[in-house]
Design a protein around this ligand. Sequence first.
Ligand code: CO6
Length: 474
Amino acid sequence: MSVIRRYSNVLYRSCSRQSLWKPVINRAHFHTSAPLAVVKPYILADIGEGIKEVQIIQWFVEPEARIEQFDKICEVQSDKAAVDITSRFDGVIKKLHYQADDMVQVGKALCDIDVQSEISPEDEAVITPHSEQAGSPGSAQQPQKATAQHDQTHLDRSRTAESARNHGHLATPAVRGLLKELDVDISEVTGTGRDGRVLKEDVHRFAATRDAEHQPQELHPPPPRTSPAGVEDAQVEETIKLSPTQSQMFKTMTRSLSIPHFVYADEIDITALSSLRQHLQTSKHAPQKLSYMPFIIKAVSLALNDYPLLNARIDHLNEKDPSQTPKLILRRTHNIGIAMDTPQGLLVPNIKSIHAHTLTSLAAELGRLQHLAQEGKLAPNDLTGGTITISNIGSIGGTYVAPVIVQSEVAILGLGKSRTIPAFGEHGEVVRKQVMNFSWSADHRVVDGATMARMAERVKGFVQEPATMLAKMR
Ligand code: CO6
């Protein structure tokens, strides 16, 4: 059995222009009518969902860069999202407290800004004396009157863009995925996008030129070995940081280690489903693309109606507190997560309220999520609230899989690659059959093997005879 034990929690990208960062301001210097002239730390506010820290992916500014309200300061990655942090004020960046890849705790100062704009009533609402006591290095600092350094503020916005260009760090997660895939160093690429942003075509162009340059050399025979024949060269090790996606996978999968998994697998005859899919695809009413997934998603949801335990989650297990007994939270709505292979790595958006979908609308929603995932633009809502997951690793390859459950769910289904096999028909004749392996992992603390087997059999029935699904659909 080829076993793949890799699974990540949600990662998402928000395009919101709302700043998540709240500056700490000493009220003694606070005026709503006149521009401020104080250096203030920009504090990472509590962004909810239990997020305690984020990782800085890239800075868009450097010290002495002039920024305006809504200009991007940096991009960060949390457990839940990759987010662009924008400024609430006009001013000049004075100090960056962290470097790219550093982790920043909620409540700590991200950078210092010499604020030179008025504070709007909306911003005033987020400035509280309480936040000054957050205990961050930034909040401990008293705002200082900006002095001679104000003459730096004549620097125009192009300086921000220029400095970013010099750093060569402007790129979306999708482009970063491509950089990694093509083994290209971003600092070597000239970005042609806005503010020097590196675009996919820039990366492709760079890689094509580089590869063309190396082509003739590869035709020459490799240099003769210096070590004697049969003796291996000394091992060379290189230390590299985990990517943001790997960091999240590391945390999520480490948490999953506490779940006692069992795997239940079966071979399913998808001959009828395959013909139905082909038939529907030729229909003029069919969606542009109709893969196996919408049928399988629907089959799982219909089966969950009879086995709601598989759609549940276990309430906070606090092993240190014996008075806290584990509880099961049953969830009425089926929000099925779909593991997706993307340039940034594994992402798991979910399709909400499967019962309300037709096959066509499921196909459309899957296509929408797939498109956004490839672009690194999934919204927080797409990535939260999943109740059970399907991982179609078979679209890449493999027959069996032992999928890994995330803490907010109790089961996951892994699909293998479909294949055509010879089988016996009703009268002993040899017939062609198309089969696919369905491998379920369940949390053995609350799901027993018999329940899992019954649920799997119900799904099998729907998939093997797709017409039976029609009777159950609303
Ligand atoms: N077998 C054979 N052929 C397949 C299969 C399987 N299982 N699945 C899809 N396909 C075919 C599909 O029918 C399409 O063919 P045509 O209709 O002829 O065009 C083609 O492959 C491409 O399908 P596509 O992937 O575009 O669409 P699909 O709706 O089937 O899947 C997706 C969407 C988002 C699930 C998929 O694109 C994807 O990203 N799969 C990889 C998921 C992944 O990375 N899983 C690993 C997660 S980590 O360890 C882990 C096992 C888990 C827990």
